[in-house]
Ligand binder design. Structure first.
Ligand SMILES: CC(C)(COP(=O)(O)OP(=O)(O)OC[C@H]1O[C@@H](n2cnc3c(N)ncnc32)[C@H](O)[C@@H]1OP(=O)(O)O)[C@@H](O)C(=O)NCCC(=O)NCCS
Length: 215
């Protein structure tokens, strides 16, 4: 089952929001009008005090392993994702295979592709091969709305806060481009994950509705 969710203010401490006065759909149709009651993210306020604009690529985490090697987890939002690496990552989380050509088209036509790569350096050798360990992408009308798709983290790296960081940074990058209506479709087992990030299921009773071809 999937649900429709829209960014909501309440549960994510890092995302501050403002309450506006018109309905949800009105805010989508017309942007953020002054008379709007929908709770929406206020672009500038998502940046924490003292934080500047998000760079397109930066080191999110650096950790030293028992063998002395140093691993860096790099966040990027510039679309630097190899389609074969992505397919391998999708396999790892058990998603059904999608045709590579379609996956490549989806990446190419996404508005923003955020990725987490791991790079490991040891005292003896520097392995500069980047391993894809997480991805999330967003499609958009480039003005008001974005929808997040394909959020996934390598199972070997899950449970370390990386999925949360990935989605938070993607939201921040979208807000920096003044795109404030951010939605997604959550598999039932990850509804709480997104709720923790500030997403709200069915705001004002709005339901996600699907049309499937009947073969
Ligand atoms: C969902 C997913 C991206 C989460 O990534 P992750 O790196 O393991 O998540 P994090 O470690 O950042 O978790 C952040 C918080 O969410 C919680 N959380 C993580 N997965 C959760 C889940 N499935 N349900 C509820 N809460 C979850 C964590 O406990 C953590 O809570 P805390 O902040 O109170 O400590 C990852 O499990 C995944 O790739 N799953 C398979 C693909 C998938 O289902 N994607 C979603 C498709 S809609």
């Amino acid at each position: 089952m999937q649900i429709f969710a829209a960014v909501s203010p309440s549960s994510s401490p890092k995302i501050k929001v403002s309450r506006m006065k018109a309905g949800f759909w009105e805010s989508i149709r017309s942007g953020f009008l002054k008379n709007n009651t929908t709770q929406v993210i206020e672009p500038t306020s998502t940046l924490e005090e003292g934080e500047g604009p998000l760079p397109q690529e930066f080191v999110l985490v650096e950790k030293t392993h028992p063998d002395g090697s140093i691993e860096q987890i790099i966040f990027s939002s510039g679309g630097d994702v190899d389609v074969y690496d992505l397919q391998a990552l999708c396999d790892k989380v058990g998603w059904p295979r999608r045709p590579l050509s379609k996956l490549a088209a989806a990446l190419k036509n996404s508005y923003m592709v955020a990725a987490l790569h791991s790079i490991r350096k040891s005292p003896e050798q520097f392995d500069d091969r980047k391993k894809l360990i997480g991805m999330a992408r967003a499609t958009s009308d480039h003005a008001f709305n974005a929808t997040i798709w394909d959020v996934l983290v390598d199972p070997n790296y899950q449970g370390q806060g990386l999925g949360k960081a990935l989605v938070e940074k993607l939201i921040r990058a979208l807000l920096q481009r003044d795109i404030g209506n951010i939605t997604l479709f959550a598999d039932s087992q990850v509804v709480e994950f997104y709720r923790n990030l500030g997403f709200e299921p069915d705001p004002e009773g709005i339901k996600g509705m699907f049309w499937y071809p009947r073969y």
